[in-house]
Ligand binder design. Structure first.
Ligand code: ADP
Ligand code: MG
Length: 672
């Protein structure tokens, strides 16, 4: 049926996501119009949207500000005016006196009585039967009329066998109506449903489609997981010598959560199939130690491991931290970033390719350059949310399959993790190291900037350090840089006795590194920064952070930034400067960050506020967002997950048919 359409029409349908006939069935109405009843004209009141049937008394063209076609109609109960501001001669012909019309639209109070502007109308014979279902109104695009879509979907519905893809026991257990019944109900709700009752009536059918959609997502992600799981990877086991030595040298003991997570990872690494694990842990929960342990395990087993970070600052910091831990143990660590000279990268690359060095830390340069490894067996991606979700899998080596560990400090709400990350095992660090004080958060109007500067001064005088985060200017990087430079100049002028440093994205890598090193060493007391410091930066003596124009930042970003302080035992403060007046949503966002310290709770509220797109970075990853399912419906997601496992084990044919309906042609995107 679609094949018979003109290519231009097919293209437009594709823009709506309709490629196959079965996609038509899943193109659901936005709302419904009730043409199953005729309202007597006497019942018309302004604002009423209804269908009427009447005879034309008279039609004529009037010229007011412009030409209009005015048509007077009447039924047994009264009279109405239909007014057309755009019309053709054919309208005038169709609307001649004496014909019987059915028309649908909104009644308005006009100058000469009630009227309808541009109603949809049709000439009918007396006694013409009324439709038995409500009229669907579909989402559409230019070049596709409602009438066209209705006819197309209508014939797809008639030809639809509505094949059931769910086993009867699953439907019974979760009280789900059949697929065919649901599709018909949603496209053609019966006459007699009022605007008030229709949503409740449709609910079970909507729930069925939401379930199907979630199930398709679970099935395809679980299949992708199983396919990767079926590949062979080197089992990483070791004698534990390096790991024992490392733990003994650490100045602290692992938290219970760190121990648990390490056991999970250790068990994965010992398997002969690749680990596919996401490690979630709030800012400061101590993920780096876990990365170090995993890398040492690879080394013990005689393999190589790589740690990739999203920014050079962070890569550099990881490098320093890991080197400080590992060098005294005689373990060599390489580091590779794009800003190094070509020659340096060449040398490091050669050593990795020959297997002379086993552990490496770096940025995208690790995947972008053609870096070869002699025997890479473990790839760790830090702050994976900063990379596209699917990019995490890119750090792979030709030849051996690598174990993969993605680490994220943007806590993903449980429901989101359950649905979009069903192809990963998830470990959670749900405990902060002891002795941390929650950061006191203050909301301060920008008009009190001078008081804030005085406070900053006192803090640095007392031997502490501080950050000043410049506003995010999404539209212009140049403007953002300018603001950072100005803020730096201003703070230097106002605080002449302090060492004030500046770090931003345009600095060369060595320059950034030099500034960060000076700050870490306490030589810089106040660091003016753009959001380049958002992730990972760890200077425990920094106890005050000022964020300018906090209202412009996302919640996850504010939480990350705030996590840069409160990393030592001292009391820390985060001052959110805002520009009054705040919009209602900005106020709501700042309130959430002010009231909450738990990253998971912040993420949950953020999800409710903004929807899932921001979390999973769908634009980069190409994962289709859910159309029908609501991520707040934890019970339904859980049901879909259980059903997916059951179906994969017992009903492979149903799995194939279900995926064909919901994801045909799109598995490639989901699988990765
Ligand atoms: P994140 O999870 O944000 O990456 P880090 O790994 O940077 O956290 O750890 C934050 C800080 O806590 C670091 O200074 C780290 O050395 C320290 N740390 C990690 N684990 C512990 C622990 N068990 N006890 C005390 N301090 C710890
Ligand atoms: Mg970190």
């Amino acid at each position: 049926m679609l094949a018979g359409l003109a290519p231009a029409k097919r293209e437009r349908l594709e823009a709506l996501g309709i490629r196959r006939e079965s996609d038509l069935l899943l193109h659901l109405p936005l709302r419904y119009e009730d043409e199953t009843r005729i309202t007597p004209i006497a019942a018309a009141v302004p604002g009423l949207i209804a269908q009427f049937e009447a005879r034309v008394l008279e039609s004529r063209v009037e010229t007011r500000r412009r030409r209009e076609l005015v048509c007077r109609v009447a039924d047994d109960s009264g009279e109405l005016v239909l007014r057309f501001l755009n019309f053709y001669p054919s309208h005038l012909k169709a609307l001649r006196a004496g014909v019987r019309l059915r028309f649908y639209g909104e009644v308005r109070g006009g100058f000469f009585g009630y009227e309808l502007i541009h109603p949809r109308f049709r000439v009918v014979e007396e006694g013409e039967p009324l439709p038995s279902a409500l009229t669907p109104v579909y989402p559409t695009t230019t070049g596709l009329t409602q009438g066209f879509l209705r006819r197309l979907i209508g014939s797809a519905l008639e030809g639809c066998d509505g094949e059931e893809t769910l086993p009867a026991c699953v439907r019974a257990r979760h009280a789900l109506p059949s697929f065919a019944e649901s599709i018909h109900a949603l496209h053609r709700p019966p006459a007699g449903l009022s605007a008030a009752s229709i949503e409740a009536w449709l609910r079970p059918y909507r729930r069925r489609l939401a379930f199907d959609e979630l199930l398709a997502q679970q099935l395809s992600l679980r299949q992708a997981y199983a396919a990767r799981r079926a590949r062979a990877a080197p089992a990483l086991a070791g004698d534990g010598r390096l790991i024992r030595q490392f733990l003994a040298r650490l100045p602290f003991r692992l938290t219970a959560a760190q121990l648990r997570v390490w056991r999970e990872i250790e068990a994965d690494l010992a398997q002969e199939s690749p680990m596919q694990r996401l490690l979630q842990g709030d800012v400061g929960s101590g993920k780096t130690v876990i990365a170090a342990l995993a890398m040492l395990r690879a080394l013990e087993a005689g393999y190589q491991a790589a740690l990739m970070a999203p920014t050079e600052i962070l890569a550099e910091q990881h490098y320093r931290k890991l080197a400080a831990w590992l060098s005294p143990m005689g373990v060599e660590l390489a580091w590779l970033v794009g800003a190094q000279s070509k020659r340096t990268r060449q040398i490091i690359g050669d050593r990795l390719a020959r297997g002379e060095v086993s552990l490496v830390v770096g940025t995208h340069a690790l995947i972008e350059e053609e870096v070869e490894f002699a025997r890479l067996a473990l790839a760790i991606v830090d702050e994976q949310h900063r990379f596209g979700v699917r990019q995490r899998l890119a750090l792979k080596q030709k030849g051996i399959e690598t174990h993969q560990l993605a680490m994220s400090a943007t806590p993903i709400p449980r429901t989101l993790a359950m649905s979009y990350y069903a192809d990963l095992d998830v470990s959670v660090l749900d405990e902060l190291p002891p002795g941390r004080n929650p950061v006191a958060t203050k909301l301060v109007s920008a008009s009190r900037r001078d008081e804030v500067i005085a406070r900053l001064h006192a803090c640095c005088q007392a031997g502490r350090q501080a950050y000043w985060v410049c506003p995010l200017i999404e539209e212009s990087e140049a403007l953002q840089l300018k603001t950072a430079l100005e803020t730096h100049a201003l703070l230097r002028e106002k605080l002449p006795d302090l060492a004030v440093g500046l770090v931003h994205g345009r600095l060369k890598a060595e320059e950034k590194a030099a500034v960060m090193e000076a700050f870490a060493a306490g030589k810089i007391q106040l660091l003016v920064a753009t959001t380049v410091i958002e992730v990972g930066v760890d200077v425990p003596n920094a106890t005050l952070m000022v964020i300018e124009h906090a209202e412009r930042f996302g919640l996850a970003q504010l939480h990350q930034l705030r996590g840069r302080v409160g990393r030592g035992a001292a009391e820390s403060t985060c001052i959110l400067l805002y520009e009054a007046p705040l919009s209602a949503t900005a106020r709501q966002r700042l309130k959430i960050i002010y009231e909450n310290h738990d990253g998971f709770e912040i993420a949950r509220q953020d999800l409710l506020l903004r929807g899932p797109g921001e979390f999973i970075g769908s634009r980069q990853s190409g994962i289709p967002l859910l159309r029908f399912a609501d991520l707040a419906d934890e019970a339904l997601i859980e049901a879909a997950r259980e059903t997916a496992d059951e179906m994969l084990a017992q009903w492979p044919d149903s799995v194939a048919r279900h995926l064909e309906r919901w994801l045909a042609g799109r598995e490639a995107l989901l699988g990765a």
